[in-house]
Write a protein that binds this ligand. Structure first.
Ligand code: GTP
Ligand code: MG
Length: 419
């Protein structure tokens, strides 16, 4: 019963680091959009002949408005991407199905997956697929229908089919994780184009190895190519089909030690993606995807998780799969926040900084202009003041003169009269 408690309930899931960061950065960009929009509207409203702003400055703010819109669109599509690789039939599709808790991807003996299949959450609760050779949405009701759609397509092994799946049963899809399944790396000569097309934006890689054999050169070579293109990719190694070890218990510990040693050597010394052996040991797991998938399907139906015949050591393997999921979730959400949002944060800061610079220059020019205007107004007032005083003076002088003249005339007239 303790096993039936999901390790990834929404509240405690480390994926929430990414989900919350995405919401936060989206909110901040909403504010940036308002700020840039308001600034642009203000600048456009200035009188044409005001000389307060240059055309170039206006273009800077205007183009930032477009950029912010673009970034918001990219942000809304940002997700955490994990890509699974390994030789044919190692169980890549089964591992993905176990993580999704449902049989979504076709799996089986022989070479099953023949192109890249990206599973992501569908926003409307429907299940459908979109392939590269057509713009149509094809409805998918069942796995066999999906398998049929994938087989009938004329797609090459590098092409991508996007499967959109309802998120209600799959916490990973609800939390913005997309999972990419690939054909076996041993059956394709197109590995370079695979890396170009599907690996450069992946946050985590899972190498699904076969614990019944050992890590193969084709698998190692593929990851050497990946790490040549990406600096320090996050790589997890699943030694799948570990249930087979139950049939040879006397060799179990020995085989496990051997696999672990080789895989850690590969991650630390050859691929150099882990700094220490202890760090690398946290990236290697011994699991049985087939058992986990069956257990989770049972759990969903309300049945005990280990009905029927289960090999010895089932609980240990199941726990180890859960441990893998936990470490994987921590790694992918931190890595995606760093790689995806760091860039957006830098660009957001630059946009706000540029807009602020333009507004500050505008403010400075407006203040200088106002100071100059009030200076000239003061000069005019002073001048008026002076003129007024002059006028007053003139008026007083004139009055005196006139009085004197009148007096003189009066004097002259009275003298004449007297004479
Ligand atoms: P391709 O798509 O052909 O490259 O193969 P794949 O790596 O996707 O393997 P797939 O998931 O189709 O599994 C191949 C077969 O192995 C299927 O029949 C699975 O049921 C079986 N299988 C997968 N995982 C396990 C496991 O852990 N233990 C055992 N015993 N069988 C497994
Ligand atoms: Mg497959």
């Amino acid at each position: 019963n303790s096993l039936s408690i999901s390790p990834t309930t929404a509240l405690q899931s480390p994926l929430q680091i990414f989900v919350r960061a995405k919401k936060r950065i989206n909110d901040i960009y909403g504010e940036v959009e308002l700020y840039v929009g308001d600034s642009c509207k203000f600048l456009l409203g200035l009188p044409k002949d005001s000389d307060l702003i240059t055309k170039e400055e206006l273009t800077v703010v205007d183009s930032h408005g477009e950029k912010v819109k673009g970034i918001r669109e990219v942000l809304s599509r940002d997700h955490m991407k994990v890509a699974f690789f390994g030789r044919t039939s190692n169980g890549k599709s089964t591992v993905i199905n176990s993580m999704l808790r449902e049989r979504i991807l076709p799996s089986g003996i022989g070479h099953t997956t023949n192109c890249f299949i990206q599973v992501e959450g569908s926003e409307n609760g429907e299940s459908y697929l979109i392939s590269e050779d057509s713009a149509d949405r094809k409805n998918v009701k069942s796995v066999s229908q999906l398998a049929h759609s994938l087989c009938t397509g004329s797609l090459g092994d590098s092409s991508l089919v996007r499967v959109y799946w309802p998120t209600d049963k799959c916490p990973l899809l609800r939390d913005d994780v997309v999972l990419v399944d690939s054909p076996g790396i041993d059956v394709s000569p197109n590995l370079d184009s695979w890396i170009d097309r599907h690996c450069l934006d992946a946050d985590v890689f899972v190498l699904v190895a076969n614990s019944e054999s050992t890590l193969m050169l084709t698998e190692k070579n593929f990851f050497f190519k990946v790490s040549a293109r990406l600096s320090k990719p996050n790589v997890f190694v699943l030694n799948n089909r570990w249930d087979a070890s139950a049939s040879e218990p006397e060799f179990l510990e020995e085989v496990r030690r051997q696999h672990l040693l080789r895989t850690v050597d590969f991650l630390v010394d050859e691929l150099k993606v882990c700094a220490t052996r202890t760090e690398a040991e946290q990236r290697v797991f011994f699991v049985s995807a087939k058992e986990v998938l069956q257990a989770r399907i049972n759990e969903f139906k309300g049945l005990p998780i280990n009905t029927g015949v289960v090999a010895d050591g089932f609980h240990g393997r199941y726990f180890e799969f859960q441990d893998f999921e936990r470490k994987f979730e921590e790694c992918i959400s931190k890595s995606a926040v760093r790689t995806k949002f760091n860039q957006h944060t830098k660009r957001g800061k630059a946009i706000v900084g540029d807009t602020r610079n333009v507004m500050e220059v505008l403010l400075e020019r407006a203040s200088t202009k106002r100071a100059a205007k009030s200076q000239s107004r003061r000069e005019v007032l002073d001048h008026l003041d002076f003129t007024e005083k002059q006028l007053q003076l003139v008026t007083v002088e004139m009055k005196d003169k006139i009085c004197k003249m009148v007096e003189e005339v009066e004097h002259k007239v009275s003298k004449a009269l007297n004479d």
